[in-house]
Write a new protein. Structure first.
Length: 340
């Protein structure tokens, strides 16, 4: 394309000129043209570069894949990094709400690593690098469903409506955007997937997967960092993302706060008030019962037994005295008197 002898190239140039005129009418917009070639078409690349240099709407050209050039620190030559986070089954597959959230957590956790190739090529290869593609907030390819024959359903697209008004998704998408922006700012610059969609219904309401690729929708939804700052999203990669994908919009039960200070007592969680230790009163003596009085009928009935006992005791006493007198009468004759 872009060669005078190529009529098809001239048609392409006319289409490009029409688009460039429309872009120039909008202040602040520039384009990066990606050149496509099937072989060593150096003349076409040189012609395209001359054309871009004369048109202020061009920011840069990307060379066809496989084409190399020799340069020594040319300020007009830089690298363009093309990457994707939705190109493999591992990147996009999920089959439940929790897996959808864990997938976003995974992309959040790895977004900051994009800075590595940008900084490496600039520092060690003396080649500043521009992030040409791969910057958006999608975590799957659901925007291709129904419009592309290459789309494959791995269960990833059936629950998008759960994310539209979810605080959890809004918070983590904003974190994802900030982390990607921080990494992209380490290079020469970056390009978001697209500026806006053809249909501008409910701009800022992320109710379709395609709106995650629209910078206008993402900004209106409050998910993109403020670019008016000198260093936007400068602290986005200091800490890992919140590991709360298992809960989603549910929250943990509040933890119990410290109990009130009860001084010398303690907080009673059963009665919800302070309880104090009060010593029990000293024990009282057990009441004494008066001795029961004997009834006359009981005493009179036992009187014969009492008299019988007294008579028997008196008889035994008399017999003992008599026996002692008889047996001890002549005991002194058995002993000799001790002389004085």
């Amino acid at each position: 394309a872009f060669t005078p002898n190529d009529k098809y190239g001239q048609q392409v140039m006319e289409e490009v000129e029409y688009l460039l005129d429309a872009i120039e009418s909008v202040g602040g917009l520039q384009v990066i043209m990606t050149l496509v070639a099937t072989g060593d078409e150096l003349d076409a690349v040189v012609t395209a570069a001359d054309y871009a240099a004369e048109n202020p709407a061009f920011l840069a050209l990307t060379l066809p894949k496989g084409m190399t050039i020799d340069f020594e620190s040319d300020p007009y030559v830089f690298g363009s990094l093309e990457m994707s986070h939705t190109s493999t089954v591992a990147d996009i597959a999920s089959s439940s709400s929790q897996e959808d959230r864990s997938k976003l957590f995974y992309h959040e956790a790895t977004a900051c690593m994009v800075r590595s190739p940008l900084e490496y090529t600039a520092c060690f290869q003396d080649m500043p690098v521009f992030l040409g593609s791969g910057f958006d907030l999608s975590i799957d390819d659901c925007f291709l469903e129904g419009i592309s024959s290459t789309f494959k359903d791995y269960g990833q697209c059936g629950r998008f409506e759960e994310t539209t008004y979810s605080d959890w998704w809004a918070r983590h998408r904003a974190s994802y955007a900030a982390r990607q922006l921080f990494a992209a700012e380490r290079g020469l610059g970056w390009s978001f997937a697209t500026w806006k969609l053809y249909s501008e219904d409910d701009v800022g309401v992320i109710d379709t997967p395609a709106k995650l690729l629209s910078l206008k929708d993402v900004v209106e939804a409050g998910l993109f960092p403020n670019l008016n700052k000198e260093l936007p999203a400068n602290s986005a990669c200091l800490n890992p993302p919140d590991n709360d994908f298992a809960l989603g919009d549910d929250t943990l039960a509040p933890t119990m706060g410290p109990p009130p200070d009860c001084g010398n007592g303690w907080w009673n969680y059963t009665t919800n008030n302070c309880t104090y230790w009060i010593p029990p009163p000293p024990p009282t003596m057990a009441p004494t019962e008066p001795c029961p009085e004997c009834e006359c009928s009981a005493v009179s009935s036992n009187l014969p037994l009492v008299w019988a006992g007294l008579i028997g005791a008196g008889a035994m006493f008399v017999i003992g005295i008599v026996y002692n007198m008889v047996t001890n009468r002549n005991k002194r004759s058995d002993y000799s008197a001790i002389p004085n």
